[in-house]
Design a protein around this ligand. Sequence first.
Ligand code: PEP
Length: 280
Amino acid sequence: MKSNIIIANWKMNHSFDDVEPWITKFNQKIENSNLNSTEIIVCPPAILLDYFDEILLEEEFKILEKKGEDVEDLSQEDLEKMTSEIRKINLGAQNCSSHESGSFTGEISAKMISDSGCKYVIIGHSERRKCSNESDNIVKEKILISLKNKLIPILCIGEDLQIRDQKDHLNFIKTQLNNSIPKNQEIEDFIVAYEPIWSIGTGKTPTLEQISEAANFIQKELAGNIDFKIKNLRIIYGGSTNKENSREITSIKNVNGLLVGGSSLDVDEFASISLSVEES
Ligand code: PEP
């Protein structure tokens, strides 16, 4: 059985009031299941990151207390060790600045994200490429700065419908990979999310063969090029996933999980996706 990674991208949805009910319900839904080999990551809007982390910690304290641990008496080090052992959800950000710090009004640095408890950061999502004109070069800078700050990048790539119709999608993906992933750089963990733009938020999912073709291609491109030095590469799929199609998609060889947009807002749906994937 493979281990999968399921990522919730809330985009610009939900607010402070939604965080605790979402986490509580998700934990209840998975409480009696053995969600052992699936890693769950939630990427809320940046303003919610700190609060999300705080609520996760509170939930973990409750679990430890239920187990008879006196959390008041534990050292900070022991507490961190114990909470990380029972942590079911990891945190990710939806974007980071390509700059270290400075006069960049409205931007959020990779260090700030890391300090907010994040382990992951989404980079180069097609919505950001479109709304903020993010080029592959900027995406590369963001990857470099996130690696420097010990964040695991989730690089989004994928073609639009016109490119797909012209059957030029593999060339397009190849260019995105080559222009945005830093070369000759030792990278411990890296995630590539194949997200064809025509499938994002449209309800149209590619066929399993189309997803498989892209995943195999990405795997070959990155493993077969000595300039890329990625130790743990995971390739995931994103675009109109739901509880009905998630299991078969994650059963595809070389697909190690999902990036879930719309379906992650409804916690019942997201929990069902996570549980169905566990069995794939
Ligand atoms: C996304 O935006 O990354 C995404 C996969 O969205 P959706 O699941 O809504 O298609």
